[in-house]
Design a protein around this ligand. Sequence first.
Ligand SMILES: NC(=O)c1ccc[n+]([C@@H]2O[C@H](COP(=O)([O-])OP(=O)(O)OC[C@H]3O[C@@H](n4cnc5c(N)ncnc54)[C@H](OP(=O)(O)O)[C@@H]3O)[C@@H](O)[C@H]2O)c1
Length: 341
Amino acid sequence: MNEEQKIRWGILSTGHIAGRFAEALNLLPDAELVAVGSRDQTTADSFAAEYGVARAYPSYEALAADPDIDVIYIGTPHTFHFDNATLCMRAGKAVLCEKAFTINAPEAEEMVRIAREEKVFLMEAMIPRHVPLMKQVLAWVREGRIGDVRMVKATRCARGDFDPEGRHMNPALGGGSLLDVGVYVISFASMVLGKAPVDAVGMAHLGSLGSDEQGVVLLKYDQGEIANLTFALRTDAVNDAYILGTAGYIKIDETFAVPNRARLVIGKEAVEVLEEPIEHDNALIYEARETIRCLREGLLESPLMPLDESIEIMRCMDTLRKPWGLRYSNDGEQEYGLSSP
Ligand SMILES: NC(=O)c1ccc[n+]([C@@H]2O[C@H](COP(=O)([O-])OP(=O)(O)OC[C@H]3O[C@@H](n4cnc5c(N)ncnc54)[C@H](OP(=O)(O)O)[C@@H]3O)[C@@H](O)[C@H]2O)c1
């Protein structure tokens, strides 16, 4: 792809995060937001007017068929990610798909298989992976500044008066805390430790709607490392994270998933502090930039959010929710869970 050419984007859906993503693209000089697709023409038109998008389509199919689009961002509820991403990839489009990647690991495996078959770029939109400060935190870890990592602790809780019909809590839309916010802490542990757990246990509370309102999980890794992770949608918390090593620890301040402050502590002393504001207060910029970089370099996946890792994260969540009796309509009859160590 020519360095001079802008990467041409489509946005599939018009909800909250789709709007934020449109704002992010409009801040990037090498991105062009060409089109939006909605289930409804009026909604597409008003989104297009608000964010200055040239083309507004009344269906996701019409968006996917637009020959002037390189990559499509998917911001629908979790239950639709697989169908939406497949539609776009089969039309030859690269895809940046919101978290959680899919509803379950079998969907994730199939989605990745299709991306590879079609030879198109695919990535799960996982903000923390792309924030510059997080990359510096990982450099501390890789340089052995805290010795061997033995434990990871992270919290991602949010309190909202969520519409029971809406995507946060409605099980029919893949609602619940595990897929919405639990995915951040599980993905964080996976990124820091660089591998999938060999054991995963936890507890969750399923509320009156049948979706999981809160959960605490423990993941164990092959060298005895343990991750202690908390997530919820009906309680707020200090959403920070710790990486604990044999020589010291790292604390990432709230909100660790969109980090702007971290410190490296040896003994009781903070020996280094990182502080860096999020550009334009919109962290979606970073994952959009990484997508553009990958497309320009002809990469079919990003080393910062590898596809096999997205599958492993879905597998881990499948394993965790099975004993909770938490199943989604997309699950079917398949058995699922962690891969054999
Ligand atoms: N990265 C982040 O920081 C972040 C933050 C929030 C959410 N997310 C993720 O982004 C995705 C969307 O979240 P959101 O908060 O933007 O959701 P939302 O505001 O409810 O928007 C979802 C959009 O999906 C489309 N949609 C298609 N089928 C739908 C259905 N049956 N019911 C409802 N909407 C449907 C709708 O667009 P049309 O009407 O135009 O078709 C709708 O506006 C989720 O995967 C979520 O986890 C990520």
